[in-house]
Design a protein around this ligand. Sequence first.
Ligand SMILES: C[S@@+](CC[C@H](N)C(=O)[O-])C[C@H]1O[C@@H](n2cnc3c(N)ncnc32)[C@H](O)[C@@H]1O
Length: 246
Amino acid sequence: MKELKQIQRILAFGDKWFYVKDLEQDYHSQYGYIKKEDLAKKSGIVKTNTGKELTIFTPSFIDSYRKIKRGPQIISLKDLGLIITQTGINRTSKVLDAGAGSGAVACMLGNLVKQVVTYEIRDDFAEIVSQNIKYLGLKNVLLKKKNIYEGIDEKNLDLIILDLPEPWNVPDIEKALKIGGFIVSYSPTVPQAMDFVNKISKNENFVHFKTVELIERDWEIIERKVRPMSRMIGHTGFLSFVRRVK
Ligand SMILES: C[S@@+](CC[C@H](N)C(=O)[O-])C[C@H]1O[C@@H](n2cnc3c(N)ncnc32)[C@H](O)[C@@H]1O
């Protein structure tokens, strides 16, 4: 599998953005080329050989994150936002994520929390995850090739995120979580959300406090033409939030 190369600079001309990965050679775009000497600049304005002025800057985490390799369907930014705000995880938190899939959850949280451990059962997806972790330079994300239905090694976790076909089949999940810690189960379909919540609700160690579907509607704003976009993503998944209380 071809390795992802880091984005070194972004060149912007309005909403046309170019991603520079090699600073050792001139960068060619539809507006002409930028000399490699100018690409050394970390922020400011650079001119192409045809005289067009482009803004140059170094990428933020989110610019690089948007370019990670994709295998299985990832959890969207809107849903990740809700997980972060509802659980209040921060730089002291320890998180377990399963299955790793493309590593999108693991990498996004790796940028925010103290440690992420992520389990993946399939070799081909584990390879994608490992490349994404390396590409983003995340030293606090540990990938384990492991079936979560056989149990969780970690203890005292602040958050467990489950994005796999049968989240209700993870054994002894309370033993891995600190009291007050959260489980967030993400499922695309109603029967999965239903079976997970019904099973966990029978366990007196847990309180299920909400299941949410988050709808994001983009708007077009051009002068006085202000209206919702004609097309939108209708559904991503259901997020069930649970807390360990015993
Ligand atoms: C939808 S993907 C997860 C995507 C991930 N949340 C992301 O944002 O990139 C589900 C993943 O769970 C993995 N999986 C399924 N059963 C598993 C198990 N028992 N243990 C570990 N991983 C499992 C699948 O191989 C797949 O990669």
